[in-house]
Design a protein around this ligand. Structure first.
Ligand code: S3P
Length: 384
């Protein structure tokens, strides 16, 4: 495997650019937006609330902001499709729009994913939300109201939960704080600051505070390539003999680079080139050469920093010498599919030695993988 490849835009940053663009005053210009189904769902939902968004493309998307608190009550049910980030972040915003009523839903996967993690803290802020199974599952109905600020101690390190509360906090009077058990991706904090919000961070306690009612001004956002998409090429370059790949334009925000650290611990030959800062996010080209991999343990605070890369790291582990143990990753059970169960089952079908733990996986390698018929469970990271 030889050559250079440019990586499509970061999904998390694409969602946030569309949403903050919608809330800001004036125009936001987005370059490098991810054109996947999930950001399309975000654009669709915000268009339904009166936000003018030019046709989506990778060159330049223009969002005409309506200003904070000015989303229109939509005539249609807002459908987030398969996208947890669209739904969870949007709920925080909608709950804080007094006098407007919203109904939100998603596909069958999203409608089975837990929403209480955002509904419950929003209710503490005064939000009025109804949903299936005692308000825990979408479809949800939201009666927008004036929210009060809170200090929320989140039991999980989740950027979706953190961002939902921070976005709701934008429209609450005073300071809203979220404290996490470990640091999750911080794209919301970086972008909120760039748009003019006051964000205070306490790195010791993993706490972020937003001050309500800021003046948000539209910005130009250049979306870097998604390290979660680069991950497939990084592993391919590492495991296929005699490979050398230059994976270009990859976001290397430290809250996302767990994959690089783990691959290096496993013995992968990875170098960062052309490091630069692009609209507040660190970016690099990543060179990977094939090498012999060894097993390792992946657990603890690194997990939120590589949560979406565990499926492909499991593949890397089938090529590594020894037993790789992945722990503290129970969050994978509530992603687009139960990723622990699906990875274990599908890789076993290919001949891997892999077993499921309650909160992770145990994989002994190296084992050659053989082609067979597999099921992606309509989960994009499993399909890849
Ligand atoms: C995301 C946060 C993560 C991640 C998802 C995108 C985001 O989810 O798995 O793909 O953009 O905030 P959690 O916050 O649920 O861990």
């Amino acid at each position: 495997l030889q050559g250079a490849i440019a990586i499509p835009g970061d999904k998390s940053i694409s969602h946030r650019a569309l949403m903050l663009g919608a809330l800001a005053q004036g125009e936001t210009i987005i370059e490098g937006l991810l054109l996947g189904e999930d950001p399309r769902s975000t654009a669709h939902c915000f268009r339904a609330m009166g936000v003018e968004i030019s046709p989506l493309n990778t060159e330049q998307v223009i969002v005409k902001g309506r200003g904070l608190g000015n989303l229109e009550e939509p005539l249609e049910v807002l459908d987030a499709g398969n996208s947890g980030t669209t739904l969870r972040l949007m709920i925080g915003l909608l709950a804080a729009h007094p006098g407007r009523f919203f109904t939100v839903t998603g596909d069958s996967s999203l409608c089975s994913r837990p929403m209480s993690r955002v509904v419950q803290p929003l209710e503490t802020m005064g939000a009025k939300i109804w949903g299936r199974k005692n308000n825990t599952l979408a479809p949800l109905a939201i009666q927008g109201t004036t929210l009060k600020p809170i200090h929320y101690q989140s039991p999980i390190a989740s950027a979706q939960v953190k961002s939902c509360i921070l976005l709701a906090g934008l429209m609450a009077e005073g300071k809203t704080t979220v404290t996490e058990p470990a640091l999750s991706r911080d794209h919301s904090e970086r972008m909120l600051r760039a748009f003019g919000a006051t964000i205070d961070i306490d790195p010791e306690t993993h706490s972020v505070t937003v001050t309500g009612n800021p003046h948000l001004q539209g910005q130009t956002v250049i979306v870097p390539g998604d390290i979660s998409s680069a991950a497939f090429w990084l592993v391919a370059g590492a495991i296929i003999p005699d490979s050398e790949l230059l994976v270009q334009n990859v976001g290397i925000n430290p809250t996302r680079t767990g994959i690089l650290e783990v691959l290096e611990t496993m013995g992968a030959d990875i170098t960062l080139e052309n490091q630069r800062l692009v609209t507040g996010e660190p970016v690099a080209d990543i060179r990977v050469k094939s090498s012999s991999l060894k097993a390792c343990t992946i657990a603890g605070a690194v997990i939120p920093r590589l949560i979406d890369e565990i499926p492909i790291l499991a593949v890397a582990a089938t090529f590594a010498h020894g037993t790789t143990i992945i722990k503290d990753a129970q969050e994978l059970r509530v992603k687009e599919s139960d990723r622990l169960a699906v990875i274990a089952h599908q890789l076993n079908l290919m001949g891997a030695k892999i077993s499921e733990l309650p909160d992770g996986l145990e994989i002994t390698g190296p084992t050659p993988l053989t082609g067979t018929e597999l099921d992606s469970y309509t989960d994009h990271r499993i399909a890849m």
